[in-house]
Ligand binder design. Structure first.
Ligand code: ZN
Length: 397
């Protein structure tokens, strides 16, 4: 017999339709079967286990659209806040000296558990290899992006072929993706695009990256030369990061741009026309002193936004409630709580290509949801009460 449960709360927020007052979410074998007004529950009550949350608000589970779980051990390797490429140098040094497979896995699993307990059910997770395979008993779903890089054009073929073999051997479901335009040659970018329908790329993050592509950057040139990754025939494209990616044919409805801080008004038009989504990682941007993304302009243009924490190398937690609260406080004028909830749920699921299972409370989707419990009944706009963190307890299903 099917396992059937009803979760009754003072509000249910399906995200794809207006919040319902005094309603019940009915779940069969882990899948949402319907949402009904509370007074209709007796009609469905046969063989039903009922859970009551009298002052509760039910929302879909959060989607963290961008993180690097393999960097979770940086919780114990704090890199001081500083300028972007100083931070990159330190990150690479720690990875080279102190990373080992067991440390990566232990820290990642611990963070996955914390993420799940704080309401995240799906994460867009970037790996350079260490977490390419799913670990046994992962407590949340990962949309795994296998990130590769290499700025020497003559290396593109070899790097690409090796990555394809790794994917086949270790996880054919993972998505091949480039790191960033200053670390991945245009040749390699195009090769990845030819193999991957979907991609998630760090873009328009630091001012140095912007300068590198528009007019040249001594800092980034020195950085690449120090790594023997400087192609002597490189010509500054004279384009913004968004314009550069667009001209390479990499901007489309399945492109997720991560960061999107350094963008011009013209870039916004390009993005809008492309259908690409932008993942906002504002706490990370703040920590690395790169500025903050123009959220209001993105919203005015109708560009889809989602939310990521980025990694513990540039953030203090992977808890999406912390990220949401930061955005709510910082962008209070621009970001309506209803928009913020959509960014943290459905937009994230869409950006990862997983909207068939996650991101909203709809019939047939996974029963992955959060119950926020309050001391008193919420009279109106439950999204506002959730994002402003007025809740007492969070229960995750
Ligand atoms: Zn990142």
């Amino acid at each position: 017999m099917k396992k059937k449960e009803a979760y009754c709360a003072s509000w249910i927020v399906p995200v794809v339709s207006p919040p319902m007052r005094e309603a019940a979410l009915i779940v069969e074998d882990g899948v949402i079967s319907t949402i009904v007004p509370g007074h209709e529950l007796p009609r469905h009550a046969k063989n039903l286990k009922i859970y009551n949350f009298p002052n509760g608000v039910i929302l879909p589970a959060w989607v963290n659209a961008h993180t690097h779980l393999e960097l979770s051990y940086f919780k114990d390797e704090t890199i001081p806040a500083g300028q972007f490429f100083e931070w990159v140098e330190r990150l690479l040094a720690v990875r080279a000296q102190k990373e080992n497979p067991q440390r990566v896995k232990t820290a990642a699993l611990q963070q996955m558990r914390l993420m799940r307990q704080s309401g995240t059910a799906l994460a867009g997770d970037i790996t350079n290899g260490p977490l390419l395979e799913p670990l046994p008993d992962e407590p949340l779903e990962r949309a795994i992006f296998y990130e590769i890089l290499g700025f020497l054009p003559e290396r593109a073929e070899v790097i690409f072929e090796k990555a394809q073999q790794e994917l086949q051997a270790r996880n054919p479901h993972a998505i091949l993706t480039p790191h960033a335009p200053y670390s991945t040659s245009p040749h390699l970018l195009k090769k990845i695009a030819s193999a991957s329908a979907r991609m998630s790329i760090h873009l328009a993050e630091s001012k140095s990256e912007y300068a590198f592509l528009t007019e040249g950057s001594a800092e980034l040139t020195a950085f690449l030369k120090a790594r023997k990754a400087w192609p002597e025939n490189w010509k500054t494209p004279g384009k913004t990061p968004v314009g550069y990616l667009n001209d390479l044919g990499l901007l489309h409805g399945k492109t997720l741009l991560v960061h999107g801080v350094q963008v011009t008004d013209r870039d916004l038009d390009i993005l809008k026309n492309s259908g690409a989504a932008v993942c906002i990682c504002a706490r990370s941007n703040d920590r690395l002193n790169v500025g903050l993304p123009p959220i209001q302009k993105y919203l005015e243009k109708g560009i889809p936004l989602c939310i990521g924490t980025d990694s513990l190398a540039s953030n203090v937690s992977l808890d999406l409630n912390d990220e949401i609260y930061y955005l709510w406080e910082r962008f209070n004028q621009a970001l309506h709580p209803v928009t913020l909830v959509r960014m943290a749920t459905l937009n994230g699921a869409r950006a990862l290509g997983r909207e068939g299972e996650f991101g909203s409370l709809e019939v047939g989707k996974k029963a992955a949801f959060n119950v926020f419990e309050f001391d008193e009944a919420i009279k109106e706009e439950p999204e506002s009460a959730v994002v402003s963190r007025k809740w007492r307890r969070l229960r995750c299903f």
